[in-house]
Design a protein around this ligand. Structure first.
Ligand SMILES: O=C(O)CCC(=O)C(=O)O
Ligand SMILES: [Mn+2]
Length: 212
């Protein structure tokens, strides 16, 4: 079953994600100018991930910014944070106010085209703590974003289209109960930047797998 995400639609029952989608969180000009700035000033790199016993290029570029010492590990990668830029600090402040929570780091992903995507995973690494709140800001080309339940069979899938300037807030229970993904697409799509703001607790962790 596919349940289409609607503006302001909150899935809050115990067997569905506690998710809020806010299209137009940033106005068009603000979103476009932020996209241009991040595209050219962020220190993008090509992560190599250890998946199913081998090293592969991740199908996207990435960057990790945050408070000093907020190291983030996944799929064999150890990400040491780069210092906050003025633009990232301003967005962080805005999202902290909106979400009523504190973030000390942000993972940025650059999807160059439809060949780039992100496989099914949960943001459940131990350094994110139990039940993290994650705020996800999208800029550039719209992409589909899917949720599927980790245990329920048959699985129902919730589909959102994350638009330029939109915010998706994933609250308590979402990472515990659901996986999410950004599927690759044959449709022509513009480059997209996604920022997921997180709260890293302490340092170091084991290394949970992420499927691409
Ligand atoms: O690009 C997105 O919308 C999702 C990114 C994501 O799930 C992640 O960085 O963990
Ligand atoms: Mn994620």
């Amino acid at each position: 079953m596919i349940v289409k995400g609607r503006p302001g639609f909150a899935m809050v029952s115990s067997d569905s994600p506690q998710v809020r989608y806010c299209p137009g969180f940033l106005d068009l000009n603000e979103a476009s100018s932020l996209f241009e700035t991040l595209n050219t000033t962020i220190q993008w790199h090509q992560p190599r991930l250890f998946i199913y016993g081998r090293w592969v290029d991740s199908p996207r570029l990435a960057a990790w910014y945050g408070d000093p010492g907020k190291t983030y590990r996944y799929s064999g990668l150890v990400n040491e944070p780069l210092p906050w830029t003025a633009e990232l600090s301003a967005v962080r402040k805005n999202l902290e106010r909106y979400c009523g929570t504190v973030f000390n780091s942000v993972l940025l992903n650059l999807y160059r085209d439809g060949e780039d995507g992100m496989g099914w995973h949960s943001d459940d690494e131990p350094e994110l703590g139990v039940d993290p709140v994650i705020a996800s800001l999208s800029l550039g080309g719209s992409r589909r974003f899917l949720f599927k339940h980790r245990r329920h069979k048959p699985t129902s899938t919730h589909a959102f289209t994350l638009e330029h300037g939109s915010l998706l807030v994933m609250r308590e229970g979402v990472q515990r109960d659901w996986r999410h993904s950004v599927p690759k697409t044959r449709r022509p799509v513009s480059p997209r930047i996604n920022l997921t703001f997180r709260q890293v607790i302490g340092n170091g962790s084991p290394d949970p797998a992420r499927s691409g």
